[in-house]
Ligand binder design. Sequence first.
Ligand code: GLU
Length: 444
Amino acid sequence: MSYVESVLTRLKEQNPNEPEFHQAATEVLNSLQCAIDANPAYEKAGLLERLVEPERTILFRVPWVDDQGNVHVNKGYRVQFNSAIGPYKGGLRFHPSVNLSIIKFLGFEQIFKNSLTGLPIGGGKGGSNFDPKGKSDNEIMRFCQSFMTELYRHIGADTDVPAGDIGVGAREIGFLFGQYKRIRDEHVGVLTGRGLSYGGSLARKEATGYGLVYITEEALKSRGDSLKGKTCVISGSGNVAIYACEKAMELGAKVVAMCDSNGYIYDRNGIRLDVVKQIKEVERGRIKEYADRVKGSEYHEGCKGIWTIPCNVALPCATQNELDEESAKILVKNGVTLVGEGANMPTTLQATHILQEAGVVFLPGKAANAGGVATSALEMAQSSGRLFWSFEEVDAKLRTIMVNIFKNIDAAAKKYGFEGNYVVGANIAGFEKVAEAMMAHGVV
Ligand code: GLU
């Protein structure tokens, strides 16, 4: 059995019932095989065994009281996965599906993603199985305050810097920051995605979606192509999907479909993003309402159908494992040329293989959606320097980071004989820096 296989076997034995974590670790470790073979010192140093074990896992109770006076208890998580290259960095997810497996897969992915940004940030992730849907602002505030009343003792601007993810946006970050500041009496960059009035960065909101489109454009450019005139399907309608849609349209693409967890809209004339923003950002409503407001558009129940719409470019920006084998086959049949992951691990392992075997350009999330966390690191830099950069400045840095990520993953794939395989390229390029730092630190 190879070193990689034995580490994976042990991981599955020691962490049963964590399918998403197994999936993320399997994808990464399998593609590291050649880099591991080239460096026998890694095995001697137990590098992979240490890499797949979080440095610290924090599980806590989050009690809160709803508007009717009923007491609720949710689970709180923070997995501080790896701090070899910088303080733990990664979002908080509030969604009923959250469990330890999901937080560990996200934290593990975050290590390599953050390394790929080229900035000094380690990997971590957290969240709760709390469902923000249908809750009042006061309920959200009380939940966030309770969550932070435990989390504050584990985080810090140079230790661990959480941010948003699914279910955690500007409103939640505001409440979390308010409680942290109240308890610690410190106005520091302990969270990113903050409001502009209290230390946030311009372009952070747009960064994940814009970054996804910048790297997509770069990948197309390397093939003498561009987004201009392309038909795009973008799943999701949260922060990532909305700003991916905005930038894709700006670059001349036509986005014809978006979705939420209930169903998808198809608008052959091109999505009207102002309507989506009004429904999702202002009213916190459902995407279904789009079809009532825009003539000629259709709404379909269920999300999976979105992948049956013919497109040149597909950008899954909703959630993990939303694009399966069956959908991948339909996309290929319909002539898709590029799939870029805006969400974390939205494509199953089987679907990824189908797309790659069919010659579809596949940009994995840890490279393609790294623009969000990269801009969080730019927010941290501004906080430490007590500076405030213009939108253009941050956006230009983001663009450069995404272009460099593409160049690095392309080069790493070529170096190990996997030209065009950006899954291998991203995993190796992300791994190399973390491995070097871990080796330098000794067995810790
Ligand atoms: N949740 C985002 C991600 O998956 C952003 C994390 C951050 O900004 O720290 O990378």
